[in-house]
Design a binder for this molecule. Structure first.
Ligand SMILES: [Zn+2]
Length: 339
C-alpha cells in the first residue's frame, strides 16, 4: 500500500489536462467517491497497526497534493482567455444594477410637463449671477430689508458676483431680450446661506413661472395655479390664496392647497389647519417690468415660484431634506416605481 501511495505521489506533478473535460476526468479518477484515493482510504483499515501512522500521513499528503494540483490546473483554464466556443457575448460581465431617476427630477419633470401643456416654455440661466439680475432688476432696493431676508453667498472680493438666491434672475434675463407675450417657466438650482438641517439646506431647487401680455389679470393667475394644483395633487385639490409680500410682485400672495392626508379636516401634517403652503405668487410689479425694458402701461403679468423639494415632500412625505443630496441608494431606490 505504501508503495502504491509513493507511486501516485510521483505522478501528481506530471498530471496535465488539455481542456475542461480532461480535467474533470482526472478529478473523477483521483478525487471522486469511487476514485483511487478513496479506495486507498477504504483499504486503510487493513493496514497493520504499527504502520498506520506512516501510511496515514502519506495518504493525507497524497490527498492534499492531488487537490492542490487539480485546483491549480483549473485555475490555468479559468485565467486563460482562449476564446473557445464557451464564450458568451450576451452575458453581463457582472451584475449591473439599474438606476432610478432622482425624486427631485421626477417631480421637476412633472411640474414642467404640466406647465408645458399650459403653453409655458422652459427658460434657463446661469447659477453664478450678478446683483442686477438677482436683486436690482427684481425691484430689491439697495437697502431693502428683503436683501437681508435672503442670506446670499457673495464673493468677498467682488460682491457684485453672487450665487442666485432664486430663479427670478432667469425671468429678468428673458425680459431683457424679448417682448411680450412672454410665457416661461424657469426650473433651476438656487443657493442660500443657511445652516443645513432636516428642513433647510444651502441649495435647493425652484420652478418659477412668468406670463406677460396685454390684459393679464389675477384671475388668469388663479386659474393656472388651480389647474396646476389639481394636476399635481389630484382633481379634488382646492387652493387658497393669502395676501403676502414680495418685492417683485404687487399684489402678492402665498398659495395653500387642501391637505391631501386629511382632506381638509385637519391633521398633524397640516398642523390641524386643513391647508399646506406650496408656493408664492402675484402680479408682476410695474417697476420690475420697467426695469427690464417692458412698457408697464401696455402690459401686465403674473409670476409664481415654488420649491421643488417642498412639492416633493408633499407628494412623497420625505421628512428630511438632507436625504435628497446624500446619494444613499437605499433612499433613491424607494422611487423606482415613480419613474
Ligand atoms: Zn391634514
Amino acid at each position: 500500500m505504501l508503495a502504491k501511495i509513493e507511486e501516485l505521489l510521483q505522478e501528481v506533478d506530471s498530471l496535465t489536462a488539455g481542456n475542461a473535460e480532461e480535467l474533470e476526468a482526472l478529478r473523477i479518477k483521483y478525487l471522486s467517491k469511487k476514485g483511487v484515493i478513496n479506495a486507498l482510504m477504504a483499504d486503510f483499515r487493513n493496514v497493520p497497526a504499527e504502520q498506520k501512522k506512516e501510511v496515514g500521513m502519506k495518504l493525507n499528503e497524497l490527498k492534499n497534493r492531488m487537490q492542490e494540483r487539480i485546483a491549480a490546473l483549473k485555475e490555468t483554464f479559468e485565467s486563460q482567455d482562449n476564446g473557445t466556443a464557451e464564450l458568451d457575448l450576451t452575458r453581463t460581465a457582472y451584475p449591473i444594477e439599474l438606476g432610478t431617476r432622482h425624486p427631485l427630477n421626477i417631480v421637476r419633470n412633472e411640474i414642467i410637463s404640466i406647465f408645458n401643456r399650459l403653453g409655458f416654455t422652459i427658460a434657463d440661466g446661469p447659477e453664478v449671477e450678478d446683483d442686477w439680475h438677482v436683486f436690482s432688476s427684481m425691484n430689491f432696493a439697495e437697502d431693502h430689508p428683503a436683501r437681508d431676508m435672503q442670506d446670499t453667498f457673495f464673493i468677498e472680493s467682488h460682491p457684485d458676483i453672487i450665487l442666485r438666491t432664486h430663479t427670478s434672475s432667469v425671468q429678468s434675463r428673458v425680459m431683457e431680450v424679448s417682448q411680450p407675450p412672454i410665457r416661461v417657466i424657469c426650473p433651476g438650482r438656487v443657493y442660500r446661506n443657511e445652516a443645513i438641517s432636516y428642513r433647510a439646506h444651502c441649495f435647493f431647487h425652484q420652478v418659477e413661472g412668468l406670463y406677460i401680455d396685454k390684459n393679464v389679470s389675477f384671475t388668469d393667475l388663479k386659474q393656472v395655479l388651480l389647474q396646476f394644483a389639481q394636476e399635481m395633487f389630484g382633481p379634488e385639490t382646492k387652493i387658497r390664496l393669502r395676501p403676502s409680500y414680495f418685492p417683485f410682485t404687487e399684489p402678492s400672495a402665498e398659495m395653500d392647497i387642501s391637505c391631501d392626508i386629511c382632506g381638509g379636516e385637519g391633521c398633524a401634517f397640516c398642523k390641524y389647519t386643513g391647508w399646506v403652503e406650496i408656493l408664492g405668487c402675484g402680479m408682476v410689479d410695474p417697476a420690475v417690468l420697467e426695469a427690464n425694458g417692458i412698457d408697464s402701461k401696455v402690459y401686465t403679468g403674473y409670476a409664481f415660484g415654488m420649491g421643488v423639494e417642498r412639492i416633493t415632500n408633499l407628494k412623497y412625505k420625505v421628512k428630511d431634506l438632507r436625504m435628497f443630496s446624500e446619494n444613499d441608494t437605499r433612499f433613491l431606490k424607494e422611487f423606482e416605481s415613480a419613474n
